[in-house]
Design a protein around this ligand. Sequence first.
Ligand SMILES: [Zn+2]
Length: 209
Amino acid sequence: MSIPHTWKTPAEAALQSSAAGASEGVSAGVSAGVSAGAGGSDELRARIWALLEQVSDPEIPVISLLDLGVVRELRWSGAAWQVVITPTYSGCPAMTQMADDIVAVLAGAHLPVEVLTQLAPAWSTDWISPQGRQKLHEYGIAPPAALPAQPAGARVLRFMPRQEAAPAVACPRCGSQETVETSHFGSTACKALYRCLSCREPFDYFKPY
Ligand SMILES: [Zn+2]
């Protein structure tokens, strides 16, 4: 079974919803017997957040999209629940899967849903929650180091500085700081492969971005 979803920027969504009577391509996903007043209920909103908590990162299943900081906003449009997400990386192959999973979970609870993307402000590994960092660590992935503080609004467009040396990354298994980067790209583009010189185990490092 495939569940349709639309993949729209908020601007596109606004354009479409302002097109009066548009009947094609506007409604995303699935309508299933939710009253129009559903948007006002705090209880329902809390239930939806709980459902979203169940949606995990397709590449790192131990952390949810909420822990990852990808879900920015939940709002009721009058016709559907709009889940606003910010992509982790442009071109990240997991983003389509994330949107599909969000639609599947909410549609499974008979809630009409559409997933919208918001590109600015750009996602950063700093948005990963403390709980998400802990889960990464327990899973054997070294969580990303915090980015250097920058003035508010200064991160519209970021270029990665050339690094003189790889940052010191603690081994998630034994805690040793004696680690070396063996490959800047690990099992996915967002991770680097490290090796611990103390316990000699390889591990992934979620690169700060
Ligand atoms: Zn180690």
